[in-house]
Design a protein around this ligand. Structure first.
Ligand SMILES: Cc1ncc(COP(=O)(O)O)c(C=O)c1O
Length: 385
């Protein structure tokens, strides 16, 4: 994949570590999502779990209809900073979670009938209209990596058909399935087929169906025509509203993480220690795992100078990978990690007290770079007691 790189950005003015999100790249993604909404009449929500840089929410709100949250905190952020519809869905909610969600959510999706039956009365006592739904598990696996497959055997995510309680549907107006991870529309097509096969008697009783996230809509080569066709024909078949709730697709290729080399050491090979860390700034590198792309770098041995890149933490495995460069790295060299706007920013931690990356916005048309937020000692301390 050709990743976006902010070519005109002067790296000398970027303090490191720093996430730099490109507003024009976000707009490019939003244009694609907007066309899908216009063409199909579906509603697209931002999955805040994937991208929560709330200074950009007014821009995103001009296109997307609302947000979906995985917790009361995400719901509150969406309610305060985004506006529009607030949806929530999680593996389980506590009563105190529900008390918060009841005040701000338009949709609450329960992961089991026991949760729905436990909180049904509370929901129905509200003056506000809250649409309730059930997350179902179509038991159809598409995700390539096990930890991202909500349909793997024994999954806790979603009600399988055998556990579905047709007798408990009073008050339920919709269903949600989420099965995909960075996938094309053909995977959605197969999922819809599996979903319809299993839940054919339930879908006609619903007002809305949420197709979840994992749609890699803004990736080059994504089959947008097929997605539109799938949504349009589904809506026609059942007369329901269709929601999509992508996170990654909203901020795909819309930002980078800029880091500096702090030191270079040798142990069997050259090792560059950076002011960014796999463990604390890009945990998916270790979790998924994957190899992030770096602007101008190649595979080990491909260019003249090969380095292992690691973070400053104590974790022996805090290694981003081995990369080669056309000229040698030295203390102060800046490296630009590509496609870091989604998931990395929301997953940072302060393990080892490591400095959190600043968050900046870049507007290439005006060549304007502004730091929105810097973090310091208190951000570390305030998470502890
Ligand atoms: C229920 C649900 N909706 C939406 C998303 C967003 O997925 P993505 O960012 O891959 O589009 C997820 C991701 O885990 C999810 O679990």
């Amino acid at each position: 994949m050709n990743h976006y790189y902010p070519e005109k950005l002067d790296l000398n003015i970027v303090p490191t570590p720093c996430f730099v999100v490109d507003e024009s790249a976000l707009k490019r993604n939003l244009d694609v999502l907007s066309k899908i909404q216009t063409q199909t009449g579906c509603k697209i929500l931002l999955a805040v779990k994937g991208f929560a840089m709330f200074s950009t929410f007014p821009l995103i709100r001009s296109t997307l209809k609302g947000i979906c949250a995985s917790s009361p905190h995400e719901a509150m952020l969406g309610y305060e900073e985004f506006g529009g519809e607030v949806h929530a869905c999680a593996a389980a909610f506590s009563e105190s979670d529900i008390q918060i969600l009841l005040k701000i959510c338009d949709h609450i999706v329960f992961n089991s009938f026991s949760q729905w039956n436990r909180f049904k009365n509370l929901v129905q006592q509200q003056d506000r209209k809250i649409c309730c739904g059930i997350r179902v598990n179509p038991q159809h696996s598409e995700a390539k990596v096990d930890i991202y497959d909500p349909c793997s055997p024994g999954s806790r995510l979603g009600v399988p058909r055998s556990q579905f309680r047709e007798d408990s549907l009073s008050g339920i107006s919709g269903l949600l399935f989420h099965t995909l991870c960075e996938q094309n529309a053909d995977a959605l097509q197969r999922t819809i087929q599996a979903f319809e096969k299993k839940f054919d008697t339930i879908i006609p009783k619903m007002n809305w169906i949420n197709f979840g996230g994992g749609h890699h809509i803004t990736r080059e080569g994504y089959d947008i025509d097929l997605l539109c066709e799938l949504i349009t024909s589904f809506k026609k078949r059942y007369g329901v509203d269709v929601y999509l709730e992508p996170g990654e697709a909203v901020a795909l290729n819309a930002g980078v993480l800029v880091a500096s080399v702090l030191d270079i050491v040798q142990n069997d090979m050259d090792i560059a220690i950076l002011d960014t860390s796999a463990a604390t700034h890009m945990p998916d590198v270790l979790e998924m795992p994957y190899r992030p792309e770096i602007a101008g770098a190649g595979l080990p041995g491909e260019l003249s100078h090969t380095y292992r890149l690691g973070g400053p933490s104590c974790l022996a495995g805090d290694i981003i990978g081995d990369y080669s460069f056309s000229s040698p790295l030295s203390t102060g060299s800046k490296l630009v990690f590509l496609d870091m706007a989604h998931y990395s920013m929301v997953k940072t931690t302060t393990f080892n007290g490591i400095q959190l990356p600043s968050i900046a916005i870049y507007k290439p048309d005006q060549n304007e770079f502004s730091i929105i937020r810097k973090f310091g000692y208190l951000d570390y301390k305030n998470r502890l007691s």
